[in-house]
Write a protein that binds this ligand. Structure first.
Ligand code: ATP
Ligand code: MG
Length: 176
């Protein structure tokens, strides 16, 4: 491992299956917001964002995730909202989900244990549906019931440069 090896921009996320992707795509198209829908293959819920790190740290974090006891999750996505600064509209849970928060905290801890300094931002679980949204009032919607089958470690772009996402590793969420 040398300093010349490219870094990677990575994050842990819940990764929807094809059926939920289709439902999210329909919502992203039909919701009353400007901007433009996120491509269907991009939908995800970020759990922890280590960001741009050395390859060795990516391996350490993956090994840390191998050792985690992953919960079986059930998420109720029932609210559309908007983050003004990144100008994204999203769907997320209106209720706090303790198991989801605990998983996000475990991942954050394991990133730090791998030597990644994590930002202090609070965890705001959401799936981004549209970008370049200049104004949007939060509304409740027909709940989407999501029992995610897997958690994934995703690379955003390549070698630290922007581009499509790639699933580097994935882990099943408590198959009973
Ligand atoms: P782009 O930034 O190229 O427009 P993107 O936002 O989809 O695309 P990334 O910036 O790599 O790609 O972000 C990947 C995921 O991590 C997104 O869900 C993003 O919201 C989230 N994310 C980015 N930066 C942070 C951060 N500092 N803290 C928490 N989550 C973050
Ligand atoms: Mg970004």
């Amino acid at each position: 491992m040398t300093d010349k090896e490219p870094k990677r921009r990575v994050f842990f996320a819940l990764w929807p299956d094809a059926e939920l992707r289709a439902a999210l795509a329909a919502l992203a198209r039909s919701m009353p917001a400007n901007g433009r829908p996120v491509p269907v293959a991009h939908f995800h819920l970020t759990l922890a964002f280590p960001g741009t790190v050395d390859r060795a740290k990516v391996e350490d974090m993956a090994a840390g995730a191998d050792a985690l006891r992953l919960p079986k999750l059930r998420l109720i996505l029932d609210r559309l909202g908007w983050f003004p600064r990144p100008r994204v509209a999203w769907i997320g849970p209106s209720q706090t989900m303790p198991e989801l928060e605990a998983l996000a905290a475990d991942l954050r801890d394991l990133c730090e244990a791998s030597g990644v300094r994590m930002e202090e931002r609070p965890f705001r679980p959401h799936v981004t549906l549209r970008r370049f949204v200049t104004r949007f009032e939060s509304i409740d919607v027909e709940p989407l019931d999501w029992q995610p089958a897997e958690m994934a470690l995703i690379e955003s772009g390549q070698h630290g440069h922007p581009g499509p996402y790639q699933v580097l590793r994935s882990w099943p969420l408590s198959p009973d």
